[in-house]
Design a binder for this molecule. Structure first.
Ligand code: NAI
Length: 453
């Protein structure tokens, strides 16, 4: 009998298991593939190793303007892949070590909940049945496969791939067509353009990057177009053919030629076949329904990470895992989704948190916004010849509190946590003004924004 059985070993599952183990809960973690989940094995981490190589290459190619003479620059994709493999293996090893030191038992198996009795919940893995006093469902998400004609065949033949297969690709395709200009689509478009592919992105909405700030989305698109990426917005893919993708725009039907198609139209919670119905766990729009304590409708059963459909980001999953374990171990804790950072690791990178102008208007908030060029930062100018980065702050008019910050430019991903803390701690611009920022850094742009708004 375990105190806790965790199903799924991604960021939510492994972090929760480790925390629970350290706090003395007898914990079993069941993962059908490799601990680390999508994030570590076929998402965040492998993508970042690829994008870092692309960034070095892009910087080298633009080296002349910084007084660096360079020639014959190219990406050796096979070596990039080898380094990706090494990086992933090292980090998976790290997760395993943490689990071991926390005393967590880990098994590789496909788990399914089969029922409950006075002892707790039963989880079946092949011929074995395990019992746990509590359950944490952390089964993550899977790619959305849209009902597009020819898509199934294309996925079967390998002409179309998802985020998993594209990270294993040995050859750089000549023409890559990306369906969906969200985070995966843009990051992969950015890498493959640097690696030499002729990349086309087809996006249904009027902007790329999903719900990010509209000005930043426009600037990101402009920067990616400079790399040679072609975008078709307000264009919905309706068919995948042998060597092309057909999409519909208000001007009519069009076709984009392709050697490879990346399908990146979103992800959905993975809830099928894990036996939720056997104990009556409630779902909402295909995701496990949770409250602010990450508890499902069944006492003792928690869900964290993509499977609850709240934010589908690894960093949200970590925090949700902590909230779940805190509540399991008698420490009251509530999840806040107010300042979840969103990052797109393209070059230039994008990061934002809190309200955007669009979301603030939709909520009827009384706010003001200020946008500044990143060129107010001396370090930005020194390091970004011709850079067009911007930062935008949103302040609520009633209390003078920061409610949103959005940036495009170098180090945006590393700076955003500061804004998340400011929002979570309800900091006012007066309080931020009293903070000493290091000089010269790009984060001084935040200080400049609060002085100018
Ligand atoms: P996404 O939701 O970010 O973007 C999907 C895009 O596809 C949307 O813009 C949508 O309008 C478009 N679309 C849908 N159907 C279409 C059609 N038929 N034709 C043309 N466009 C269509 O989803 P994505 O990029 O697949 O990423 C999945 C998840 O992975 C996200 O939840 C994201 O949070 C996570 N992720 C996060 C990363 C990060 O934090 N840097 C990196 C990669 C993934």
């Amino acid at each position: 009998m375990y105190d806790l059985i965790v199903i799924g070993g991604g960021p939510a599952g492994y972090h929760a298991a480790g925390e629970a183990g350290h706090r003395g809960l007898k914990t079993l973690l069941i993962e059908k593939r490799e601990v680390g989940g999508v994030c570590l094995n076929e998402g965040c981490i492998p993508t970042k190793t690829l994008l870092y190589s692309a960034k070095i290459k892009d910087n080298a190619a633009g080296g002349e303007k910084y007084g660096v003479k360079v020639s014959d620059i190219s990406l050796d994709h096979k070596r990039v892949l080898a380094r990706k493999k090494k990086t992933v293996a090292a980090l998976v090893g790290g997760v395993k070590a943490v689990l071991k030191s926390a005393g967590v038992e880990t098994i590789t198996a496909d788990a399914s909940i089969t029922g409950r009795d006075d002892d707790g919940f039963q989880v079946k893995c092949g011929d074995s049945v395990y019992s746990g006093k509590r359950l944490l469902i952390a089964t993550g998400s899977v790619p959305v496969l849209p009902p597009v004609s020819g898509m199934d065949e294309a996925l079967k033949s390998g002409f179309a791939v998802t985020n998993r297969e594209i990270l294993e690709l040995e050859q750089i395709p000549e023409k890559l067509t990306v369906i969906g200009g969200g985070v995966i689509g843009l990051e992969m478009a950015s890498y493959f353009a640097s690696a030499g592919s002729d990349v086309t992105v087809i996006e249904m909405l009027e902007q790329v990057g999903g719900p990010i700030d509209a000005d930043i989305s426009g600037l990101l698109k402009k920067n990616l177009e400079k790399k040679g990426i072609k975008f078709f917005l307000e264009s919905k893919v309706i068919e995948v053919k042998q060597k092309s993708v057909v999409y519909e725009h208000k001007s009519g039907k069009n076709e984009a030629a392709a050697d490879l198609v990346l399908l990146s139209v979103g992800r959905r919670a993975y809830t099928q076949g894990i036996g939720l119905e056997s104990i009556g766990v409630e779902t909402h729009r295909g995701a496990v329904k949770t409250d602010g304590r990450m508890q499902t409708n069944i006492p003792g059963v928690y869900a964290a990470g993509d499977v609850n459909g709240m934010s589908m980001l690894a960093h949200t999953a970590y925090r949700e895992a902590e909230v779940a374990v805190n509540n399991m171990t008698g420490k009251e804790d509530t999840m806040s989704y107010r300042a979840i950072p969103g990052v797109i690791y393209t070059h230039p990178e994008v990061a934002g948190t809190g309200e955007t102008e669009r979301s603030a208007k939709e909520k009827g908030l009384d706010f003001r916004a200020k946008t500044l060029t990143m060129r107010y930062s001396g370090r930005y100018v020194a390091e970004n010849e011709g850079g067009d980065g911007i930062a935008k702050i949103l302040i609520d008019n009633r209390y003078g509190r920061i409610i949103g910050l959005h940036m495009i430019g170098s180090y945006a991903s590393e700076m955003i946590y500061g804004a998340c803390m400011m929002i979570e701690q309800d900091m006012t611009i007066e309080a931020i003004k009293k903070t000493v920022f290091p000089h010269p850094t790009v984060c001084e742009i935040i200080k400049e924004l609060v002085f100018q708004i």
